[in-house]
Design a protein around this ligand. Structure first.
Ligand SMILES: [Zn+2]
Length: 153
């Protein structure tokens, strides 16, 4: 019986050279980079805040043009929304709200990709949420571009 090496990252979805380098190492190491025992080893940005279930940090490669791009990473490994405990649902939004008020955010977007990374463009298969904040729309600014999936033919 051969044991297939589980991979927690999807290199196809890396956007920057820094991500490609880190993710290549993660793939070699065969670990989940967002599980807390590995998180600080691979993630170059500090943890900004945390609660019982979540940590919040900056994205190592923020989407182009963002004012804020925070990542909320669960302290427990799971990948699908149905794997999320009730207390994790509540405490995720508690921590999002902490960051919204700390940073005086007036408007932004929350993005969660989940499950099979070939369906959503995610690069790490460990449940996490993005808080993405740009500038005000002055009628001329470029839109912030985000990948959420792939079009059917
Ligand atoms: Zn994990």
């Amino acid at each position: 019986m051969t044991e297939e090496k589980k991979t927690f990252v999807n290199l196809k979805h890396a956007r920057t050279q820094e991500q490609i380098d880190v993710m290549t190492q993660i793939e070699k190491d065969g670990v989940c980079p967002f599980c807390m025992e590995n998180f600080l080893k691979y993630h170059p940005k500090p943890i900004l805040d945390e609660n019982e279930n979540w940590v919040v940090t900056e994205n190592m490669s923020p989407y182009e043009g963002t004012v804020h791009h925070f990542l909320f990473v669960c302290k427990r490994h799971f990948t699908m929304p149905n794997g999320m405990k009730d207390e994790e649902k509540k405490s995720l939004f508690d921590l999002i709200n902490v960051m919204i008020s700390k940073n005086e955010i007036i408007g932004g977007s929350i993005l969660i990709r989940f499950g099979d990374m070939d369906y959503n463009g995610a690069s790490v298969d460990h449940f996490h949420a993005h808080l993405i904040v740009g500038e005000t729309n002055d009628g001329q600014r470029e839109k912030i571009k985000v990948k959420v999936g792939f079009q059917k033919a």
